[in-house]
Design a binder for this molecule. Structure first.
Ligand code: HXC
Length: 260
């Protein structure tokens, strides 16, 4: 793999743990297309590396990731979005066989929340904030949010988060079943490493098949749900409210939605 620009990858062969750090700090790790391609490639390589038994994805203290890159998406049409086909990248991340732990501090919003829900476990700092705020920029979750969030926290909270864009705290996320544990901010990486070490000490083949089996229980009609969600996400790029919502974000003003 060429040296990636927006992620940092380190591998510890003593512990068999690999760490991927999302690295666009000024943009709160907004997930542009290149970052997602780099993440996909890194996961593909780590998945094929027999010396790696657990993978941690993290951001920094301020942000895990504040969502897909709104500036990159703002001017796109529905057909542009369809042709860019970024969800093929997301689908291949979903297929990683090794266990992935998200170590989350600060914002995990939109695609950032969807990325950590695509991971197998989530360890959060007390400062973590989870949310699907796409509704505020005239769209909706597109990378699994309506499906995975609803399965994790139930309809009531998922509906409220998706329809209002409200954020929930790490403690609320723990109570709702979205995440595995919450620790003080100075400990979240240690805690993720501790969990990764416990998993890396097990039989890699048993871990692989056990992960696959847990996901199978959870899968059901998830793929149908994702296809459904994706069509609706693309459809919103045919409307004026998506242009207005994203332009307003870039211009730092309140959006004026017209329902068109
Ligand atoms: C592009 C982003 C960004 C994003 C933040 N930035 N989030 N750029 N895409 N998703 C940029 C800001 O424009 C700003 O750049 C810099 O990061 C710091 O952000 P601020 O807004 O100044 O910080 P703060 O006031 O602390 O507010 C933090 C925030 C806010 C609450 C997280 O940035 C925010 O609301 N971000 C957008 C969250 C969101 O709507 N996410 C969903 C995206 S859609 P400048 O240049 O001004 O310094 C999505 C769809 C996924 O994820 C499905 C398809 C994959």
């Amino acid at each position: 793999m060429q040296t990636p620009e927006f992620i940092l990858v380190t591998t510890n062969y003593d512990t068999h743990i690999a760490l991927i750090q999302l690295n666009r700090p000024k943009e709160l790790n907004a997930l542009n297309l290149q970052l997602m391609l780099e993440l996909k490639e890194a996961l593909r390589e780590l998945d094929a590396n027999d010396d790696v038994r657990a993978i941690i994805i993290t951001g920094n203290e301020r942000a895990f990731a504040a969502g897909a890159d709104i500036k990159q998406m703002a001017g796109k049409s529905a057909i542009d979005m369809l042709n860019i086909d970024q969800f093929t990248t997301w689908d291949s991340i979903k297929k990683t066989k090794k266990p992935i732990i998200a170590a989350v501090s600060g914002f995990a919003l939109g695609g950032g929340c969807e990325l950590c829900m695509t991971c197998d476990m989530i360890v959060a700092s007390e400062t973590a904030k989870f949310g699907q705020p796409e509704i505020k920029i005239g769209v909706m979750p597109g990378a699994g949010g309506t499906q995975r969030l609803t399965r994790a926290v139930g309809k009531a909270l998922a509906m409220e988060m998706v329809l209002t864009g409200k954020f929930i705290s790490a403690d609320e996320a723990l109570a709702a079943g979205l995440i595995n544990r919450v620790v003080p901010v100075e400990l979240y990486m240690n805690e993720a490493l501790k969990l990764a070490r416990e998993i890396a000490a097990q039989s890699p083949v048993a871990v692989r098949l056990a992960k696959e089996s847990v996901l199978q229980a959870y899968n059901g009609s998830l793929d149908e749900g994702l296809v459904f969600e994706r069509k609706n996400f693309y459809l919103l790029f045919a409307g004026e409210d998506q242009k207005e919502g994203m332009a307003a974000f870039v211009e730092k003003r309140a959006p004026l939605f017209k329902g068109k």
